[in-house]
Design a protein around this ligand. Structure first.
Ligand SMILES: C[N+](C)(C)CCCC[C@H](N)C(=O)O
Length: 249
């Protein structure tokens, strides 16, 4: 609440939408990598189509491997867009008034160009190791939760109802965000390395420094807001996925 009030006072309602244009433009592509790789890997592992898998749930190991593969590849397609979002969101100066100095990054394209100029191409992938660790196992868990709940609450052989898909998708989102939060904190700190504070020597240095300075609680920053956001976002994501597969599958 304190964070919300301060953002509103300092940056007005626009502060809540900071850094959103790139994520909105890229989310379709990033999700199609995740869901496309997941579905195709599962198909390759089990030789069954999406429809067949409704009658007989593949093993949780296969679902986990397919989810992790999707998560791994998603992390690398997300990395350059995500670092721009994080850099812009961390730029907390009030909106520019005449005479005040320009912010370091003046928008997403300017931010991308500045990172490329100052930190090189690899700069766009700063923190991508932590992003990969955040997304690989937790997206395995994401699909296990989703498929498991759908299977549990759907009569054999039938398609899950929209309500089942919404609830299973929502819980899948919560399960994966709860487990992803510690690495989400590290990822964001690595991505900000060199901008506001000294750059970390590596992921381990970031984990140890953060723990020493702020204690164990640091790894759960943003936990409540991440989980609250996860339910509606992932309920709608899975409903769209199921509908699109039924229409075109
Ligand atoms: C793995 N981790 C929990 C980090 C992300 C899960 C991605 C699901 C969805 N795009 C979302 O933004 O909630």
């Amino acid at each position: 609440m304190d964070c919300m009030i301060k953002i509103y006072r300092h940056e007005s309602v626009l502060g809540f939408y900071k850094g959103m244009s790139f994520p909105i433009a890229s989310i379709g592509m990033v999700n199609s990598v995740l869901f496309g790789v997941y579905s195709n890997t599962l198909q390759a592992l089990t030789s069954t189509s999406h429809q067949d898998r409704r009658a007989q749930l593949p093993s949780y190991t296969c679902i986990f491997i397919a989810g992790c593969t999707g998560g791994f590849l998603q992390a690398y397609s997300l990395a350059p867009f995500d670092i721009i979002k994080v850099r812009l969101q961390n730029q907390t100066e009030s909106r520019v008034r005449p005479g005040s100095p320009l912010p370091r990054y003046q928008g997403p394209m300017h931010c991308a160009a500045t990172i490329l100029r100052e930190e090189g191409f690899r700069g766009l992938f700063r923190g991508s190791g932590a992003l990969m660790l955040r997304d690989t196992p937790t997206l395995g868990l994401y699909f296990i939760t989703y498929e498991g709940l759908c299977y549990q609450y759907t009569p054999t052989g039938q398609q899950p109802s929209s309500t089942t898909v919404l609830v299973a998708g929502g819980f899948a989102g919560i399960a994966s965000w709860i487990t992803a939060t510690p690495f989400d904190v590290i990822k964001a700190r690595m991505q900000m390395g060199g901008v506001k504070q000294k750059a970390y020597k590596g992921m381990l240095d970031c984990i140890v420094t953060s723990f020493r300075q702020e204690g164990l609680g640091v790894f759960f920053r943003g936990f409540t807001i991440n989980s609250a956001r996860a339910f509606p976002v992932n309920a709608v994501t899975f409903l769209s996925y199921e509908y699109l597969l039924r229409m075109w599958g």
